[in-house]
Design a protein around this ligand. Structure first.
Ligand SMILES: [Zn+2]
Length: 254
């Protein structure tokens, strides 16, 4: 079976079960997996987990949902500088813009995002972004960066075709997971949108997390079903699509 990478999972949220979840994923042909941090503690845990498990990469960052709690000017982000340089770190995540849940003004969120993007560029690693704000709010930050800019992917993409085209024309990657396809939550991107993303810019993910509020528990192995659904929407062979996504993943994180 052609394996397919899961570029975004929250394995630290399953203490003691990480090895079992990775074995379950491998049995479904889902590997490698990237586990992402939500704050300093969970970013540290992501680094530890990546050191302890083969086929597991780490991403470090401050999730926008913790922004109001943790962000207090750029000085409050300093711990991430060291974390980004740790062995096994392949991306900055999770960070991004969220004007739906986060109370901090978008200009303040943009200031932190710019700091993280400069960190990603300096460390030579990709950005894997949470994006729940107008596309232009993100593109403005990206374009204002002094080159070299970091590679950018949007995780759990739920925007419309106009957003997708705008991000693709900036050279961004788009990652789709259960929340993009109506498998978790009510949002579903259309088949037309799934067809307009070139395979070399396409990623898939589980966004694995334990059950919370109205969200069911999701494991990394769900990435196999995400792949199959996208292949069906695109009228492509899942094995060939998995190969293309593996190459796309390698270019972004390799
Ligand atoms: Zn996430």
């Amino acid at each position: 079976m052609q394996s397919v990478p899961d570029c975004h999972a929250h394995l630290d949220a399953f203490p003691g079960q990480e090895a079992d979840l990775l074995a379950e994923a491998a049995a479904a042909g889902v590997q490698p997996v990237v586990t992402v941090g939500m704050d300093v503690a969970s970013s540290r845990r992501a680094v530890e987990l990546a050191a302890a498990h083969a086929d597991l990469g780490a991403a470090v960052g401050l999730h926008p949902w913790h922004f109001d709690r943790d962000y207090d000017g750029e000085g409050s982000l300093e711990p991430y500088r060291e974390l980004a340089g740790c062995h096994g770190v392949v991306a900055i995540s999770e960070i991004g813009l969220d004007t739906v849940v986060v109370e901090a003004p978008v200009a303040v969120q943009q200031e932190a995002l710019r700091w993280f993007m400069e960190l990603g560029a300096a460390a030579g690693i990709a950005m894997l972004l949470h994006q729940r704000a107008p596309a232009s709010d993100l593109i403005d930050v990206y374009r204002a960066l002094r080159p070299p800019r970091p590679a950018v992917a949007i995780h759990g993409f739920v925007g419309d075709e106009e957003d997708a085209r705008a991000f693709l024309s900036e050279g961004f990657w788009l990652s789709f997971g259960p929340s993009s396809l109506g498998m978790v939550g009510a949002e579903t991107v259309g088949d037309g949108l799934l067809r307009l993303v070139p395979a070399e810019r396409l990623l898939v993910e589980s966004d694995a997390h334990p059950a919370a509020d109205d969200r069911p528990e999701v494991h990394p192995d769900v990435t196999r079903e995400v792949l199959e659904r996208i292949a069906r929407a695109r009228g492509e062979d899942p094995a060939l699509l998995a190969e293309g996504i593996a190459r796309s993943f390698e270019r972004l994180f390799g």
